[in-house]
Design a protein around this ligand. Sequence first.
Ligand SMILES: *Cc1c(COP(=O)(O)O)cnc(C)c1O
Length: 459
Amino acid sequence: MSLPYAEPYKIKMVEQIYRSTQKEREQWIEEANFNLFNLRSEQVFIDLLTDSGTGAMSDKQWSAMMLGDESYAGASSYFKLKKAIKNILGFEYFLPTHQGRAAENVLFSTIIKEGDIVPGNSHFDTTKGHIEFRKAKAVDCTINEAFDTTLDFPFKGNIDINKLEAVLKKYPKERIPLIIVTITNNSSGGQPVSMENLKQVKIIANQYGIPVFFDSARFAENAYFIKMREKAHEHKSIKEIVKEMYSYADGMTMSSKKDAIVNMGGFIAMRSEKLFRDASVFNIMFEGYITYGGMSGRDMNALAQGLDEGTEFEVLEAGIKQVEYLGNKLIECGIPIQFPIGGHAVFIDAKRFLPQINKEEFIAQTVAVELYIVGGIRGVEIGTILADRDPETRENRYPGLELVRLAIPRRTYTNSHMDYVAAVCKKIFDTRHEAKHGLRIVEEAPIMRHFTVKLEKIK
Ligand SMILES: *Cc1c(COP(=O)(O)O)cnc(C)c1O
């Protein structure tokens, strides 16, 4: 008989959480203008808003923090991180930044100009924001399979090579400063990109002379899925797979708050010394001197340790198995979720959950608000609100998918919490026919509106 799975860690410290009543939550969500970002964390029982910076660091990371070197220039913590990036990811040059979007800001300030075209696979919201802010255009070349949540396809994060080639053919090289491959593809449901696809992208990029950057927040998860789903790599270690993945990139931007399991931090890494020098100017301006750029020495130490731990199979497996556990519970209840289950989150397919609600009434946000009211669970909308308005027409963009993401912070909640989440989802799902209307926007920002948007219930 095979024994059941159990996590390869035990808990050394706990944090109390407040279990509120539905009545309290009904008042709080109204005061928060039906925007879950506006809630105080004490008003949330189980916080699945994001796994970004919300994971539990290990004892080794905490002890690395005590050894942080806070020197302004040339700190040992910088060299420790530099060594980890070289060893694990293979890049010679790097610039620390305070988080992932800061890495985008520095890199894009260096290479993107007005009118440029940036092909990729469902660019992440901050990535797209930073591209559009510079009056450049992000072109989505994700494979069509990604937009059918019922389809069980192993690498829904992949770039459609034909779509990519069409873009590279259409525009002159000078207008395409880079191709961005997001690993895993967050916006299409935490779906991985295959090694074969990464290789193909690099081959075609080389033909057209365009650099390839990986937006790398969940690179380790991507490597895990390559190991599990791509035959040629099943016997390789995560670290070997990671090394090969990055052999197909000229550089990367990183939000360390995800797969490096730290609370804050990011970086840009690259092969080109010239790009490193050009980007250093912006790093110093926006982030800090090149040997700390927005991070404390202790944070760089924790990050170096986190990169090493986060690329260990056992550590990855524990997190991914918990996501799978919740996903399977939801499937048992008949709740429509994105297939296959992603690595950091379960995505509820809101259009199939509430088919009677019009797309103009923000279907996924409506489901997310219900999850909060009924169970104190905070998920996040990945749908029309996040997709923002078209920068030219100012019309709402209706994405192919309306998802509610339930992201599971690493090493933070137990499977009893997951049972509770599943029970809340089921309770809402069982009475879903009673929902008549969704929400309408009362106030919104011109860009990245989802963080501050104010909504009201349509009566
Ligand atoms: C989180 C994330 C970012 C932005 O990083 P922050 O640390 O939140 O600024 C960019 N791209 C992807 C794919 C991400 O997941």
